[in-house]
Structures are given as C-alpha cells and as structure tokens.
Design a protein around this ligand. Structure first.
Ligand SMILES: [Fe+2]
Ligand SMILES: [Fe+2]
Length: 169
C-alpha cells in the first residue's frame, strides 16, 4: 500500500506536468488553430478534474491529520486550505471560460503560478514534519483513505461549497 506521500506526490507530479504543458502550449495569442484551442480547453478540464479531486481528498483526510499531529498543524492547514480555496475560485472561473476568450490565459497563468506555489508549500513546509510523525502503517493508511476519497470526490470546483464535504456533485 503506497504511503500518503507517495499518493500525493504522484498527483503533484501529474499536475506539474499538466501545468508545464499548458504553459508552453499554443494559445489564442500565438494564433492557435480552433483544434488546438479545443485541445487546450480539454487539457484544462482534465486539470480541473484532477485538482478538484486531489484538493478535496486532502481536505477530507490530509489536513485533519496535519492538525492532529503537528504542533503548528492548525496554522499550516488553515494556510493551505486558504490557498486551495483561492485556487478553486480561479478554476471555477476558468471552467466557464472558452480558450478563445482573452480572460482564459489570464486565469490560467494565475492558476499555474499559484498551483506551483501551493504544491511547493505542501511538499517543503508541511510534509517533512508529518512524515516524521507518522509511522509507516499510519502513512499508508492515510494514503489509502486519500485514494478512496479521490474515487468519489468532486470533479468540478465548487468555490462556495464547504471544503471538507464528501461527494459534492
Ligand atoms: Fe493541496
Ligand atoms: Fe497537494
């Protein structure tokens, strides 16, 4: 059974890759064809689905563990959940915007920057402390919960929905 850190790190890697692809891809401003723009929109939808599931699963299981185990866990969890909420708001707007709309690239690049910062925050600020405080069995139990939560998690960002509810749509 993979540990929570392995599960989350795989997700992060996948998201990082999507962000890089989107960052370098053809866009309306560089005269992308309609097909290329349709693909860009599709890639963004895939990103939104992955992000929505990932963050919801973290909010259901990962942040509660951080709060419970780390002395400064509440602070970390509050800060991270704020970042996740802000990201969700950007993605909700992006979800409703066409790739040929000038607003699309502004929203996407906002998310690319914030998304990378958020991943770096989790991996460098939060993970080392939690890793040190969880046994191997606990880390893999947490990993299992995250995997299960992702299966039934939301596929769309719901900016005003309470973050830590189970199935949102
Ligand atoms: Fe997160
Ligand atoms: Fe994460």
């Amino acid at each position: 059974m993979p540990s929570a850190f392995e599960v989350l790190s795989r997700d992060h890697e996948e998201v990082r890759q999507m962000l890089s692809e989107l960052e370098s891809g053809p866009m309306a401003a560089t005269r992308a064809s309609p097909d290329q723009l349709a693909l860009r929109k599709k890639m963004t939808e895939t990103l939104i689905i992955e992000e929505s599931r990932h963050e919801a699963a973290e909010e259901m299981h990962f942040w509660p563990a951080v709060r419970e185990r780390l002395p400064d866990g509440d602070q970390f969890a509050d800060q991270a959940i704020r970042q996740e909420q802000e990201g969700r708001e950007v993605l909700a707007r992006l979800d409703k915007t066409g790739a040929d709309d000038p607003e699309f690239e502004a929203l996407l690049s906002e998310f690319i920057g914030a998304g990378r910062d958020h991943i770096a925050f989790e991996e460098s600020q939060v993970w080392p402390g939690l890793r040190a405080r969880l046994s191997e069995a606990e880390a893999s139990e947490l990993g299992d919960k995250i995997v299960q939560a992702k299966k039934t998690g939301p596929t769309r960002p719901h900016p005003r929905a309470p973050a830590a509810r189970g199935v949102l749509n």
